[in-house]
Design a protein around this ligand. Structure first.
Ligand code: NAI
Ligand code: MG
Length: 501
């Protein structure tokens, strides 16, 4: 199926997976799509086709939902004790660790990201996340309540709550952290005893399919996790509107998130949305500038800016503006851009030609609307979906590059004078995912945090994630939270029980 002669090479295990991959996982079976259609997945560093993957549609989604429902209600999974679910998740974590190198190579090849990022973040942090969620399986508990309601002078009630699995979960995920996203949508569901139909992004289906194999190897019963590969408008839309789905967990664009919420409303399907961002990074005059300059550059250029929490709007105090901007521009211009599989690469290509065109369009708008180009702004010569790290200075709040999520390595920077001014600038966005403050003045920091409308605030850091810390958005960045006990809450229903005595 593949025609791989990359200079950087991938190991035998990843090669073998590419040779067998392409089918979907439904009810424990690896199957072609009902229509027999396929789509292609490409290496973003070269544009070459690396695999053909089944193009599932509504019929396949329907089969997968039925399989997930049967498993949910069957004895094997529905009757499984919490400690047994925990053990299966721990098995999965061990398998991910054991096959890490193969997963790193597949992720880098399919998404374009540097192997260093895949090793440190995507695959490297995965076992911890899985083990954290495994621990919740045995710690899900309700409450006992003494209600004041009574029937007559003698009948009293004892009340308690049960936390039950939410049911069949539809996970629709993006391409920027394909393996991480697949885990975020499956592991909390598995900890609670729910079942899953996962729809990976069409640009990056490979590691989700490998995860499906590892889930089987870990010992999960057939149908606990089903994976339907396919396009958003067909497979994704079918999942969002399917009446057999109890909850949709989505990460992706705000536009698609709204469409999914609308479709789900017809069945009152529960929805959690983790959407886009246009996250501000604020550098105060008292910041440690060496750290802040590197931190602000990483906040936007990490993963080529294809990060929901990317620090894409930078606000620098007037007193240090020139120094900070020239420092960031220097970092941008020196970044080593290349194929993700080259271990020396610091920034890889964007995920697709479509995404590159989208980003280049934004760069053009930055130029034509009067942004001051301080670095980048062009395409890297040769094949692949490369865009150079780009810095715009003196950006006005109404410019397109200051308002819309670019999802590429493009920074929009501006200066400010007062705290009130910068808080207003930071909040002047339809989004509210994360924000960064760089300062050594703890009083100023504490006063700013409550005034910033975002799901997360980083102080002297950016783009951190931890399984124990909730993550999610305010405003049009979405609703619901991932990670932490809050994620478990999102995958359970509460049943209240009254018992007369
Ligand atoms: P997208 O939102 O279209 O894709 C995300 C997922 O949704 C994919 O699995 C896709 O197949 C699915 N999907 C697409 N249309 C659907 C529909 N009508 N019904 C159900 N599922 C559907 O994102 P896309 O087009 O790849 O990227 C566009 C922009 O979205 C990016 O430039 C970026 O601004 C934003 N984005 C944000 C992400 C985040 O992490 N918040 C991740 C990916 C994209
Ligand atoms: Mg799309």
């Amino acid at each position: 199926m593949i025609d791989l002669d990359t200079d950087y090479g991938i190991g035998a295990a990843a090669q073998a997976f590419l040779a067998r991959a392409g089918k979907m996982l439904i009810g424990g079976q690896w199957v072609d799509s009902a229509s027999g259609e396929f789509f292609e997945t490409r290496d973003p560093a070269t544009g070459r086709i690396i695999g053909r993957v089944a193009a599932g549609d509504a019929e396949d989604v329907d089969k997968a939902v039925r399989a997930a429902r049967n498993t949910l209600e069957g004895r094997l999974w529905g009757g499984m004790l919490p400690a047994a679910r925990e053990k299966l998740l721990l098995n999965l974590a061990d398998l991910v660790e054991r096959h890490a190198e193969e997963l790193i190579e597949l992720e880098s090849l399919d998404n374009g990201k540097p192997v260093t990022i895949a090793r440190m973040i995507d695959i490297g942090r995965a076992p911890n996340f899985i083990r954290y969620m495994a621990g919740w399986a045995t710690k899900i508990e309700g409450a006992t309540i003494t209600p004041s309601v009574a029937m007559g002078p003698h009948a009293r009630f004892h009340a308690y709550t049960l936390k039950e699995p939410v049911g069949v979960v539809g996970g629709i995920i993006p391409w920027n952290f394909p393996f991480v996203m697949a885990l975020w949508k499956t592991c909390p569901a598995l900890a609670t005893g729910s079942t899953v139909v996962l729809k990976p992004a069409e640009q990056t289906p490979l590691t989700a399919l490998r995860l499906g194999e590892l889930i089987q190897e870990a010992g999960f019963p057939d149908g606990v996790v089903n994976i339907v590969t396919g396009l958003g408008e067909t497979a994704g839309a079918a999942l969002a509107r399917h009446p057999g789905i109890d909850k949709i967990a989505f990460t992706g664009s705000t536009a698609v998130g709204k469409a999914i919420a609308r479709a789900a409303a017809d069945n009152v399907t529960r929805v959690t949305l983790e959407l886009g961002g246009k996250s501000p990074v604020i550098i105060m005059p008292d910041a440690d500038l060496d750290q802040a300059i590197v931190g602000a550059a990483r906040a936007i250029f990490f993963n080529a800016g294809q990060v929901c929490g990317a620090g894409s709007r930078l606000f620098v105090h007037n007193a240090i503006y020139d120094e900070v901007l020239s420092g960031i521009a220097r970092i941008a211009s020196a970044m080593k851009i290349g194929p993700g599989l080259d271990p020396a690469t610091e920034m890889g290509p964007l995920v697709s030609e479509e995404q590159r065109q989208r980003v280049l369009h934004y760069i053009e708008s930055g130029l034509s609307e009067g942004g001051e180009l301080l670095a980048g702004g062009n395409v890297r010569a040769g094949d692949g979906y490369f865009v150079t790290p780009t810095v715009f200075g003196r950006v006005k709040p109404e410019m397109t590059v200051a308002r819309e999520e670019i999802f590429g390595p493009v920074l929009a920077a501006a200066s400010f004078e007062t705290i009130d001014e910068v808080v207003n600038l930071a909040n002047d966005s339809q989004y509210g995912l994360v924000a960064g403050i760089w300062s050594t003045n703890i009083n100023v920091v504490h006063r700013m945090i409550p005034r910033i409308r975002s799901g997360t605030v980083y102080v002297n850091a950016h783009n951190l994630m931890d399984p124990a810390v909730p993550f999610g958005g305010n405003k049009q960045s979405g609703y619901g939270r991932e990670m932490s006990k809050m994620a478990i809450d999102m995958y359970t229903e509460t049943k209240s029980v009254y018992i007369a005595y």
